[in-house]
Structures are given as structure tokens and as C-alpha cells.
Design a binder for this molecule. Structure first.
Ligand code: CP
Length: 304
């Protein structure tokens, strides 16, 4: 594996190796114990053309824990503002000796396009492109579910809720869940926010949130991607919350030990109430911690 661009088609063995390795790293106290400087002398660049808090920061922490030098490229203060292309940016940073690029871009397929022009010894990791893929988020969500529910996904009913149409997280989560053999994947949201292509093949799809919540083991909430949304796809945030907001009362329809995930950033009071986001069934901050371990496992696997 040279690049990590998508989880679509990633062999189960590779996916499980990354989850196992991240689990080992996490068990070793988030990599602080027995830290191996396997990337000492390597330069890693977070090349982000879109905002990020969790993904960029956790890649930075992960790379530093492995001993790499980290260059944080900020598009808003770079020559991108003068019209320099992403390709030229990559080639110039490559010429400075950067060996690994973690790339976020608003265009679908942008990271694939950059991988096609990258030098032979360069590794690219997709940190989210358009609505296409966010593979390390898919991995960290799978790891979080596995820690909470065990490795056998075949007995799990998992519900994904909200703006699947614009969500790269949803696509990568679906790829991971299918590869890991999830028993039943339910998807719920207003028709205007569900994709019309084959993204949801094999899923149970519906728009009645309370019906879809019945008996599920995990609820994966999605952020409303307003930056990618045309006007009028939802009537109002208040209406959306009324129909698809996860409240404590609604969560009681799921299995008693159901867990709640959300990739962040959370629109509190829209997709989810404070009570649920900060409640005992929420794994939201566990997802964030697992993000560091997953990104260490990915960097270690791709770069060594
Ligand atoms: N989940 C996620 O991708 O968060 P950021 O946009 O903050 O990186």
C-alpha cells in the first residue's frame, strides 16, 4: 500500500491490520509508551485546502509521535491565494524533501489527481476530498465501533443518520462497514439529503427516524454539510432538528447499550442535543482519541 485514497476496495486483511495496529498503539497509552521513532528524519506535510480541526491536528500529533518533522501548509496564507495550483504546490514541497502529504481538498477526486503526479517515493493520504472519501475517518469509526461492540460486526444493526448526500465520512464508513460484514446498515434522512447513485446499495433506507432507531446497536450521526449544500435542500435547521435531531428520548428507542458516534464538528442542537453528545452513550471524544492511533498506524504502515 503506497497511498491511502479510499477504503473502497481496500482488502479486509489490510483494513483489519490497520485497526489491529491502531488498537495496539492505543493500548500502549496512545503511543507515549514504547514510542518508536520510525519516521525520524522524514518530513510529513498536512496539505489542507479546506478547514479542519480534528484531522489535521491528529495527523500532526501522530506524525510527531512517530518522530517525523511536520509541515502544516495553510492555504489561506500560501501562494494558493496568488493562483498557484495544488499540483504545483505539491511538486514544490516535494522538491524540499517532503515524503508524505496528507491532503484535504474540496474537489471530488483531487487527491487521486495529485497522487497521479506525485514522485515515486511520495506517499499521499486522503484527508477528505469533496463528498468522495475520508478514509482515516472511516477507519477510526470502525475502530471505535469495534472497541465498543467487539470484532464480529455481523450481529450489529447500525443506523447512519442525516446528510449522506454530501458526506465523504458516510461513504468511507459504508465501505468499512461492508468490508467488516456489518449485519444490517440502516440509513435515514430526508430524501433531499440522500444520494441518488448506488452509495446506499444493500442498506435499509427510510425517512422515519423513530422507526429506523428501533433496536439499533449504534447510531452514526452525520453533520449537515452546509458548505456543500444547495439552497432549499432542507426547509430550516429547526425543522431538521425536529425530524432528525437525536434527543435522549429518541435514543431510548435504540438498544439499551447503543452507542452514538458523530465525526465532528458537531452542530449542537441541530443533529444532536447536548444531552446526547455529552452523555454516557456518546463515543464522540473516543472517536477523536482513536483518530491519533489510526493515523499513527496508517503513517507507520505506508511509510515504513
Ligand atoms: N471529522 C473531521 O474530519 O473533522 P475536521 O473537519 O475537524 O478534520
Amino acid at each position: 500500500l503506497r497511498h491511502l485514497l479510499t477504503l473502497d476496495g481496500l482488502p479486509r486483511q489490510t483494513l483489519c491490520h490497520l485497526l489491529d495496529r491502531a488498537g495496539q498503539i492505543r493500548d500502549a497509552a496512545m503511543g507515549r509508551i514504547n514510542r518508536r521513532q520510525v519516521l525520524a528524519g522524514s518530513s510529513v506535510c498536512t496539505l489542507f485546502f479546506e478547514p479542519s480541526t480534528r484531522t489535521r491536528s491528529s495527523f500532526q500529533v501522530a506524525a510527531q509521535r512517530l518522530g517525523a518533522d511536520v509541515l502544516n501548509f495553510d492555504a489561506s496564507t500560501s501562494s494558493t491565494r496568488k493562483g498557484e495550483t495544488a499540483r504545483d504546490t505539491l511538486k514544490n514541497l516535494e522538491a524540499m524533501g517532503v515524503r508524505c502529504f496528507i491532503v484535504r481538498h474540496s474537489d471530488n477526486g483531487a487527491v487521486h489527481d495529485l497522487a497521479a503526479v506525485a514522485g515515486e517515493g511520495t506517499t499521499l493520504i486522503n484527508a477528505g476530498d469533496g463528498r468522495s472519501a475520508h478514509p482515516t475517518q472511516g477507519l477510526l469509526d470502525a475502530l471505535t465501533l469495534r472497541q465498543a461492540k467487539g470484532a464480529d460486526f455481523s450481529c450489529l444493526k447500525i443506523l447512519m443518520v442525516g446528510d449522506v448526500r454530501h458526506s465523504r465520512v458516510a461513504r468511507s464508513d459504508l465501505h468499512a462497514l461492508r468490508t467488516l460484514g456489518a449485519g444490517e446498515i440502516r440509513v435515514c434522512g430526508p430524501a433531499s439529503l440522500l444520494p441518488e447513485d448506488d452509495t446506499l446499495a444493500g442498506c435499509v433506507v427510510g425517512d422515519d427516524f423513530e422507526q429506523m432507531l428501533q433496536g439499533v446497536d449504534a447510531v452514526m450521526m452525520l453533520r449537515l454539510q452546509r458548505e456543500r449544500m444547495e439552497e432549499g435542500l432542507i426547509s430550516s435547521l429547526e425543522d431538521y432538528h425536529r425530524d432528525y435531531g437525536l434527543t435522549a428520548e429518541r435514543l431510548r428507542l435504540a438498544a439499551r447499550d447503543a452507542v452514538v458516534l458523530h465525526p465532528g464538528p458537531v452542530n449542537r442542537g441541530v443533529e444532536i442535543t447536548d444531552e446526547v453528545a455529552d452523555g454516557p452513550q456518546s463515543l464522540i471524544l473516543r472517536q477523536v482519541s482513536n483518530g491519533v492511533a489510526i493515523r499513527m498506524a496508517v503513517l507507520e504502515t505506508l511509510m515504513t
